[in-house]
Design a protein. Structure first.
Ligand SMILES: *Cc1c(COP(=O)(O)O)cnc(C)c1O
Length: 394
């Protein structure tokens, strides 16, 4: 018999009813260390007092009006994102996939507004993940997500990850944009080298096409800068964000330059809930935390601690761990055993992690994680690895 909730997730047999900082608690009061943060969502940890206050204060004023009216909370959040980035304008959504949909539509509309409606194709990369709508599964190009859902949405050309020659020949008269995650998340924590991001920027400029970054997972301080592309010293024309900006409240956004957004006039796009007063109140509170002086420096410090400790763990468990990779607090442990086995062993130690492609276990702790939390997590991973070694030798 089908479950009451559509069974599209293979869920772990554990539920949490309360969270505090880097820890979540079962109804029985058992604590788990949360190094998944709901897939890089709870950027400020659970029940952050400043976020709770922002949400509850707003809840007592007004929950929803409509994008048919002025939205002061949205305007404030948009202006702050603009002040902190390359962008001149922002469209708010409820999710990452919707932010990408806006980005895709905007790139097509840009060329159409320039008199080139034939330029609608977008180049993407193998291993990418951009969401689960019909357009974003086509953009992501993963067979397992496309299978059975009818003809793939037209207009996405996928290239191998890191194949520079393929890239140069793939740009044609119909190409509108290049879409890439500066650090691939679901694909297995694969950072794009800064010189490659700079190369993509130059290539887009040369061909008059748009560069779109998907920072849904790697943005909002995750790599130790507000956005991952800042490490490369270049900017995109359009950027999709979500996950961390809401700190656990559903919120996404599509940021763009004035030039890239020039086709998006009144009536061309919309969302009922996008940028709702509750969501933007929390988004503003998240920025208060992440943009506070010294916060991103402390993320970089914690990231260094995590990377050093994981390097030690790898040396201790050469039959379990093949490699450690990533940027900041977005770390991938490439496994020699099935990643699901390592994850299950970590769960036995009350440590939450997230699986990814390429047989990787992801660590995406809340950005407020401390060195003590990191030591505890690495101890748990050590015990998990030992348990797998004992099982293998038995
Ligand atoms: C999670 C994710 C998305 C999709 O976001 P949803 O909120 O699940 O729609 C898109 N791109 C990247 C890089 C992601 O990690």
């Amino acid at each position: 018999m089908i479950t009451p909730v559509l069974p599209t997730y293979a869920r772990a047999k554990v539920a949490f009813e309360r969270g505090e900082g880097v820890r979540v608690f079962t109804p029985e009061g058992e604590a788990y260390l949360d190094f998944g943060a709901g897939v890089a969502v709870t950027s400020c940890g659970h029940s952050h007092p400043h976020l709770v206050m922002a949400l509850t204060d707003q809840a007592q004023k007004i929950w929803h009006t409509s994008n048919l009216y002025q939205m002061p909370g949205q305007e404030k959040l948009a202006q702050r994102l603009i002040d902190a980035t390359f962008a001149d304008t922002v469209f708010f959504t409820n999710s990452g996939a919707e932010a990408l949909e806006c980005a895709i539509k905007m790139a097509r509309k840009y060329h159409s507004a320039n008199g080139h409606p034939e330029k609608f194709r977008i180049i993407t990369f193998e291993g990418a993940f951009h969401g689960r709508t019909l357009a974003t599964i086509a953009a992501g190009g993963q067979a397992k997500y496309l299978e059975g859902f009818g003809p793939k949405v037209e207009g996405f050309d996928q290239l191998p990850f890191g194949d520079h020659d393929a890239l140069k020949t793939a740009i044609g008269p119909e190409t509108a944009a290049i879409l890439i995650e500066p650090v691939q998340g679901e694909g297995g924590i694969r950072p794009v080298p800064p010189q490659c991001l700079r190369g993509l920027r130059a290539l887009c400029d040369e061909h008059g096409i748009l560069l779109i970054f998907d920072e849904v997972q790697c943005g909002i301080g995750r790599t130790g800068k507000l956005f991952a592309h800042e490490w490369a010293g270049i900017t995109p024309d359009i950027m999709a964000i979500a996950k961390g900006i809401g700190g656990g409240f559903p919120l996404g956004a599509c940021l763009a330059t004035e030039e890239a957004a020039k086709g998006m006039t009144a009536g061309t796009h919309g969302s009922t809930f996008g940028g709702n007063p509750l969501a933007t109140a929390v988004g503003n509170a998240v920025l208060d935390v992440v943009l506070a002086p010294g916060f991103l420096d402390s993320v970089q410090q914690r990231a260094l601690t995590l990377k050093q400790k994981l390097a030690g763990l790898k040396d201790q468990h050469p039959t379990i761990i093949a490699d450690i990779r990533g940027e900041g607090l977005m770390v991938g442990i490439k496994c020699k055993v099935p990643n699901t086995a390592f994850q299950a062993a970590a769960l036995d130690q009350h440590l939450l992690t997230i699986g990814a492609g390429d047989n990787v276990v992801r660590l995406l702790p809340p950005l407020i994680v401390t060195d003590a939390d990191i030591s505890e997590a690495v101890d748990k991973l050590d015990r998990a690895a030992r348990a797998l070694e004992v099982r293998a030798s038995a």
